[in-house]
Design a protein around this ligand. Structure first.
Ligand code: AMP
Ligand code: TRP
Length: 334
């Protein structure tokens, strides 16, 4: 059976990009695979998190997994900080990965911005913790959005170097699972920027907890250009010169399981006002019930915490023996 691992940070504002790029695929992959889905709270604190908000957001991401259809009995659903093996393996990887590798990480450069000297050391070594998340279970497949590709390449490099250094084929070389065209959902305000939890404008994203009126308003106000919906002809334009138009078509395609060509065939040449109504309808139909289920689960934190506790126990049973082997390979006395 293939072992799958993925993680989502509890940093608030879960949005349509998180759903289409990652969480939706978690439920789709659960049949026939051995899956671990993790709320990565230790990654979250690489930038400042208010402690009370962090707790709430950890439950919210868990609720999103469940509301998206992840079965916590068939899969292991848990939060990272309760399984100490993640931090333990991350330390080993801090000693395996090279500074030069981390210096190339574009996400660090984006997040640290101009104030690099002020970024936390945790933010810098973030990819090593991510490699540890995956390899503590020897997972081989990782469903993520496109923005995580570079981090997964680093995970492969870390595994390879560990195996070479210690002369043992111990860790597998992971494969990213970047599943569909919605692997990169763009902002509703600017089609050249990805939809993000941290964008100041709430109008840039559709949150998974938005009610139907809010979803409708955000899609109606989404930026487009004056031309009709692209129809696939050269005059209809390209993703490069009409990024907002193509983003809405990709969102619609992903929500209805259709290709861009299908969407162009059905809506090409129409006015955006009409197409936006179609996008709103499917977005409300798909996200509405999920948002309600998330709210229902959030109102029962005892249940959510018990799901996490069950996952933690099972995660430790897998990661514990793997860490014992790592310590033996490294030469730590046990
Ligand atoms: P994060 O919010 O950074 O913890 O991301 C959680 C998951 O959502 C990761 O697999 C990301 O690749 C994915 N993701 C985040 N933003 C987007 C986006 N705009 N489009 C597609 N996937 C995304
Ligand atoms: N870095 C990922 C993100 O920002 C979250 C993450 C942490 C993750 N550990 C992981 C994703 C392990 C996949 C596997 O989206």
């Amino acid at each position: 059976m293939t072992r799958i691992f993925s993680g989502v940070q509890p940093t608030g504002n879960l949005h349509l990009g998180n759903y289409l790029g990652a969480i939706r695929n978690f439920a789709r992959l659960q049949d026939g695979n051995d899956c671990l889905y993790c709320v990565v709270d230790m990654h979250a604190i690489t930038v400042w998190q208010d402690p009370a908000e962090l707790k709430k957001n950890t439950r919210e991401v868990t609720a999103a997994f469940l509301a998206a259809g992840v079965d916590p009995i068939d899969n292991i659903v848990f939060n990272q900080s309760q399984v100490p093996q993640h931090a333990e393996l991350a330390w080993i990887f801090n000693c395996v990965a090279r500074m030069g590798w981390l210096n190339r990480m574009t996400q660090f450069k984006e997040k640290a911005g101009k104030h690099r000297e002020n970024a936390s050391v945790g933010l810098y070594v973030y990819p090593n913790l991510m490699a540890a998340d995956i390899l503590a279970y020897k997972a081989t497949h990782v469903p993520v959005g496109e923005d995580q590709k570079q981090h997964l390449e680093l995970t492969r490099d870390v595994a390879q170097k560990f195996n070479n250094d210690f002369g043992e084929e111990f860790f597998p070389i992971v494969e990213p699972l970047i599943l569909d065209s919605a692997a990169r959902v763009m902002s509703l305000r600017d089609g050249t920027k990805k939809m993000s939890k941290s964008d100041e404008s709430d109008y840039s994203r559709i949150n998974l907890t938005d009610d139907p009126e809010t979803i409708e308003l955000k899609i109606r106000k989404a930026r487009t250009d004056p031309d009709p919906v692209p129809d696939g002809s050269p005059e209809g334009g390209t993703r490069e010169n009409r990024p907002e138009a193509f983003n809405l078509m990709e969102i619609f395609g992903a929500l209805t399981d259709q290709t861009i060509a299908d969407v162009q065939r059905d809506y090409g040449g129409q006015q955006f006002s009409a197409f936006k109504r179609a996008v709103t309808e499917v977005a409300v139909e798909k996200l509405g019930p999920m948002g309600l289920e998330m709210q229902r689960l959030m109102a029962d934190p005892g249940y959510v915490d018990s799901v996490l506790a069950g996952g933690v126990k099972r995660a430790k049973e897998i990661a514990g023996p793997i860490l014992d082997d790592v310590y033996r390979i490294v030469g730590f006395l046990r």
